[in-house]
Ligand binder design. Structure first.
Ligand code: ZN
Length: 248
């Protein structure tokens, strides 16, 4: 049995970078698990109310556990983080206001009107646009430091993923693309999302950025890349994939 315990966004892990199989014996009563997952590795998920400071354990922001925890444990902890976020945001029934109760490990039901609810992470697209030997990269106001990434945005109601890519690119950069191809996807528990990544070829348009969203943007060659995201994000996977492509 693994235990996934969060204090806000920080995850309790052992000092040798594993999810604990035992909770530290500290002088307070542990809360009951918020929920459990009974898959291949049974897991109990907890929310901590105050810091744990004892030998053999550490509290680390989830994002910083990437590359230290095994990929399986990192993904499991991400799932737990999303469930905790969803739990905090689904206390009451949206139909009648009744108090929602856990029904299964991953769903809730209203005891009054019977409304069932499952987590529905926000879907976002991200796109790598290339033009010959160059890749389009942007810097959002939300990015820390001088890092650049790819155009990305949340899918709107009634929109296809392809339409979302075209809309986000037009809004943020005034660029049109062709040959849109699916690249891959990634749960993004910061706090509650699913990233769907595409690649595309430049078609037309002069780069003009939306100042409200972006600080700067540009076309970059492989040998002159700016600061890029770390390995935890699918934006980095898009870049690494492009770097591996043979130059044409
Ligand atoms: Zn209800």
């Amino acid at each position: 049995m693994k235990h996934i315990a969060f204090l806000a966004e920080s995850l309790l892990v052992t000092t040798d970078w594993q999810l604990p199989t035992e909770l530290p014996s500290v002088a307070f009563c542990w809360p009951r698990p918020i929920t459990t997952l009974q898959g291949r590795d049974a897991v109990c998920i907890y929310r901590l109310d105050y810091p744990v400071d004892c030998d053999g354990y550490q509290l680390v922001p989830l994002r910083q556990t990437h590359g230290r925890l095994s990929q399986d444990e990192y993904l499991l902890a991400g799932k737990a983080a999303e469930l905790l976020y969803w739990d905090s945001n689904s206390k009451f029934c949206g139909c009648c206001g009744g108090p929602m109760r856990w029904q299964t490990e991953i769903s809730k039901q209203c005891p009054y009107c019977g409304k069932e609810l499952w987590p529905s992470p926000a879907t976002a697209v991200i796109v790598r646009v290339t033009r010959g030997d160059e890749m389009l990269m942007i810097q959002s106001h939300k990015f820390k430091g001088d890092m650049y990434g790819h155009v990305a945005g949340f899918v709107e109601t009634g929109e296809t993923l392809e339409q979302c890519v075209a809309r986000e690119l037009m809004e943020e950069t005034k660029i049109r693309v062709k040959n849109l191809r699916y690249f891959g996807s990634q749960p993004w528990p910061y706090p509650y999302g699913l990233m769907v990544a595409f690649t595309a070829d430049y078609e037309s348009g002069e780069l003009e950025i939306q100042r409200k969203e972006l600080r700067k943007a540009g076309w970059f060659r492989r040998d002159h890349l700016p600061t890029i995201p770390d390995e935890a994000s699918i934006s980095r996977w898009l870049i690494d994939d492009w770097l591996k492509e043979r130059r044409t």
